[in-house]
Design a protein around this ligand. Structure first.
Ligand code: BJW
Length: 231
């Protein structure tokens, strides 16, 4: 990556028009289920069946093909293909819509719905269908030790050293469809502003928590503003 390179942070808003719920909007996931119940290691220890069911439902929705990449995902894949420099997507999303749109360099800092992890042998593997107490680790063959490969509150997001290296080298940072409530992603823009090297642009439906930190802000649905911006 160099000064001509682009880092794109995405959040739930980019997948909203693909039919996947955001978290903090009025109709969002956190208005339907308790964060502490489904998105913390303590919640999983307390009631693994509830947490597995929450992620099984969302995995089923993804695997049913009812959620497809929208024009925003497609525009970012096209940008990566056509840009004369490196483009990396750092997503907080656990869906695979960037990959299905054709993006090649995607870092899933909060994990992936279609992967599982064994708490006994630490193997990470592709997983399809439901996961539960009877599920067997494809690596060590142990039953009952699997969890979704998701980063919950209090856990360390994935690929952080690589992400900060990409941020420190980029010339342009786009933040798309994220409310700026969750760290460390919410801190990327201030990290970049303190270094003063990259141009920073927010594309979102409405101003995020960190909106005033960006050089430029563009508001509207992702399927409209992202293709317009990258054209
Ligand atoms: C559209 C649109 C359209 C809608 N077009 N836009 C104080 C106490 C305790 C902890 C902390 C604390 N202060 C900080 C922390 C840390 C904590 C944290 O940030 N807490 C805050 C709530 C305060 N963070 C963590 O614990 C993280 N780990 C960590 O910090 O480790 C320490 C460490 C860091 C770095 C290096 C070393 C160590 C882990 C965070 C894990 C987050 N996990 C979740 C759930 C799992 C994934 C899942 O189930 O899907 O990840 S929470 C949830 O929020 C999910 C998301 O990825 C994440 C961000 O949400 P996002 O994407 O921004 O969605 P929304 O709904 O908030 O916003 C959507 C936006 O789209 C809105 O603005 C809409 O307007 C917009 N929109 N339609 C365009 N059509």
């Amino acid at each position: 990556m160099g000064q001509g390179s682009i880092v794109i942070l995405t959040g739930a808003g980019i997948s909203k028009e693909s039919g996947l719920d955001t978290f903090r909007d009025a109709d969002g996931i956190w208005n339907k289920v308790g964060i502490e119940d489904v998105a913390t290691p303590e919640g999983f220890r307390r009631n693994p069946a509830l947490v597995q069911s929450f992620y099984n439902d969302r995995r089923r929705q993804l695997e049913s093909g009812e959620a497809l990449p929208n024009p925003a995902h497609l525009a970012l894949a096209r940008l990566e293909e056509e840009w004369d420099g490196d483009v990396a997507v750092v997503t907080q999303n656990i869906d695979d819509l960037h990959e299905r749109a054709g993006s090649k360099r995607v870092l899933h800092m909060h994990g992936e719905l279609r992967k599982g992890r064994c708490q006994s042998c630490n193997a990470v593997f592709t997983w399809s269908g439901d996961m539960g107490a009877d599920s067997i680790c494809p690596s060590c063959r142990k039953a009952g030790a699997l969890r979704p490969h998701i980063v919950w509150f209090g856990e360390i997001p994935l690929d952080m050293p690589q992400i900060f290296e990409l941020l420190d080298q980029c010339g342009l940072f786009l933040s798309i469809g994220t409310s700026g409530n969750v760290y460390p992603a919410a801190g990327f823009v201030s990290h970049l502003r303190s270094k003063g090297l990259a141009r920073t642009v927010e594309l979102n439906l409405e101003p995020s928590q960190g909106a005033t930190m960006f050089h430029e802000t563009i508001y509207g649905p992702a399927s409209q503003v992202v293709p317009e911006f990258v054209a």
